[in-house]
Design a protein around this ligand. Structure first.
Ligand code: NDP
Length: 253
């Protein structure tokens, strides 16, 4: 695995917590620090902490952090253009930033939450993919990993916008993979089941009890479980794509 990651440049969105942070750390471990990471999210202090953790484990690792809000699609091209030369030659794009907001029935979902989910989970992901694709096409290699969700496959009441947003991620991933079939660029989509991260805290606006109740009755995954799957996908032979993966806790229905 290490040689398939060696000296790769990897852009991860939502790298300030949860699955994105764990993926940065698993990739660094798998490559023994021989990678270049571009870590983005809105919380600069969290990104700084992740960077510090990584640098103390792998003093030679190269990291560029960039505070960026992926939902502001008009900022995406300038953001990609602003990446320092040393990090510009992206090999792997991991579109991980995402969120659920609220769990109200459709008629009661706040417009701002509808926009927040679609702009982050779908429009930002598409815009960033569009901005990075020319870099991959130019060298005819590389991978795009999109984080979907079981919610995109198995909609539930109260998932009125989150579920369709993740269904869109899946559909977009398949379109992209098929469009790129004559190239060596891979598109992987990973659908986690329940993972205990900050995700539910964000969803329930920092209500810890409501967040915890989501995992009642089933032991959730940890972010590293998903990160390991992403590393596995990225370290297959170039001619192999794990196009779609559903990763559940063993006891999730
Ligand atoms: P976290 O809340 O821990 O992480 C979400 C990450 O996305 C954070 O780093 C956050 O950073 C970032 N983010 C959110 N909004 C934006 C934005 N507008 N611009 C840039 N970054 C943003 O949750 P997870 O790690 O669990 O979530 C990661 C992905 O996994 C999401 O796409 C989620 O939908 C998906 N998923 C999670 C599941 C779960 O049970 N946890 C299940 C299925 C899928 P910041 O706030 O600093 O911007």
């Amino acid at each position: 695995a290490a040689e398939r990651l060696a000296n790769k440049t990897i852009l991860i969105t939502g790298a300030s917590s949860g699955i994105g942070e764990a993926t940065a750390k698993e990739l660094a471990a798998a490559a023994n620090g021989q990678i270049k990471l571009i870590l983005t999210a809105r919380r600069a202090d969290k990104l700084a902490q992740v960077t510090q953790d990584l640098k103390s484990a792998y003093p030679n690792i190269k990291i560029h952090t960039q505070q960026h809000d992926v939902s502001k699609t008009e900022t995406i091209v300038p953001f990609v253009e602003s990446i320092p030369e040393e990090f510009k030659d992206i090999d792997f794009l991991i579109n991980n930033a995402g969120k659920a907001l609220g769990r109200e029935p459709v008629g009661e979902i706040l417009t701002e939450d509808i926009l927040g989910m679609f702009e982050t989970n779908v429009l930002g992901l598409i815009a960033l993919t569009q901005a990075v694709l020319p870099i991959l096409k130019k060298k005819n290699s590389g991978s795009i990993v999109n984080i979907g969700s079981i919610a995109g496959r198995d909609p539930y009441p109260g998932g009125g916008i989150y579920c369709p947003s993740k269904a869109a991620v899946k559909s977009f991933s398949h379109v992209l993979r098929k469009e790129l079939i004559s190239t060596k660029i891979r598109v992987l989509e990973v659908d986690p089941g329940a993972v205990e991260t900050e995700f539910s805290l964000v969803r329930f606006k920092q209500d810890k009890d409501a967040a915890k109740a989501v995992y009642k009755g089933a032991e959730p995954l940890v972010a590293e479980d998903i990160a390991e799957v992403i590393v596995f996908g990225l370290t297959r032979r170039e001619n192999t794509v794990i196009a779609e993966t559903l990763v559940f806790p063993t006891n999730q229905a």
